[in-house]
Design a protein around this ligand. Structure first.
Ligand code: PTJ
Length: 257
């Protein structure tokens, strides 16, 4: 229970976030596998030092430029993302501006999507798509393939968060650009995306919004950022950072002996 977490606990913020996932799982917004997905993220966040690592800033700026220049940007929202960062998602969608669409993997009966959409409405959203999806993403056989005809179906840039699967590739195969947010740089979505933001959504979304606002009226800068970006280099920079972080930690173990 949330009251069991003392403010002085060294992991209080993290435990409260975990509590949010647990609470909304019992209410049916978060999938039964949602806590496992969250734990996978926490593990990678420890590896990164629980901060936005230096190379990720370039990826965030590139993602912001893509969103600013997009004709039909859409933010795709699953159960975990909706309960962890509802206000941040809505604020980003207003800044771009981009549509928001609920897209879940598990239990797609209409009931769960409506609960998630209602949660976003009660957090201030004006329009949430995806509750009655009529369109299909070709060659995607999970429920994630069901999309809104005014949302992901016609999107040119899609922001996907907290999923490790085959949807990103299917969206890329349709000619869309995909921005993923995933702490695991080796996840399928991270590998297939046009760019992966290897950061916790709680930190990444406000930073993305900040850079959307900075780039908003500067098409020339957006084009220059986009033209100088390399996905391979971006991935390599993340792995190099992790390698150097572990080397530094190993060195500190010996100096503190
Ligand atoms: O039915 P849904 O769509 O609501 O979703 C169900 C889950 C969340 C189980 C599903 O979407 C899923 O794909 O989970 P996975 O396969 O465990 O992938 C989740 C990915 O998100 C992992 O690669 C984690 O590292 C990453 N992740 C988890 N929490 C965070 C995160 N990345 C950034 N910030 C986080 N807070």
């Amino acid at each position: 229970m949330i009251n069991d977490i003392p403010d002085s606990h060294p992991r209080a913020a993290s435990l409260r976030m975990r509590h949010t996932i647990e609470k909304y799982r019992t209410e049916g917004l978060v999938a039964d596998a949602g806590p496992i997905a969250h734990g996978r993220g926490e593990a990678f966040d420890y590896i990164l030092g629980e901060e936005t690592i230096k190379p990720v800033y370039d990826d965030i700026i590139f993602a912001a430029a893509l969103l600013v220049l997009a004709k039909h940007p859409v933010i795709s929202i699953n159960g975990n993302a909706a309960v962890l960062v509802p206000e941040e998602i809505i604020s980003l969608s207003n800044a771009i501006p981009a549509k928001m669409e609920v897209n879940v993997f598990y239990g797609r009966t209409g009931v769960r999507e409506k609960k998630i959409a209602d949660h976003l409405y009660s957090s201030g959203a004006k329009e949430v798509l995806g509750v009655n999806p009529e369109a299909k993403i070709p060659n995607l056989f999970s429920a994630r393939g069901n999309v809104d005809k005014n949302g992901i179906a016609i999107a040119d840039v899609v922001l996907v968060m907290l999923e490790d699967g085959d949807r990103t590739k299917a969206l890329i195969d349709c000619g869309k650009k995909v921005i993923s947010i995933d702490l695991n740089p080796l996840s399928r979505s991270a590998k297939d995306a046009t760019v992966n933001i290897c950061d916790n959504i709680t930190r990444a979304l406000p930073l993305l919004e900040k850079h959307v606002n900075l780039l908003k009226n500067d098409t020339k800068k957006c084009n220059s950022v986009i033209n100088s970006f390399s996905k391979k280099k971006s991935e390599s920079n993340i792995f190099k950072y992790i390698e150097q972080r572990f080397a530094q930690l190993a060195k500190e173990c010996l100096t503190n002996e």
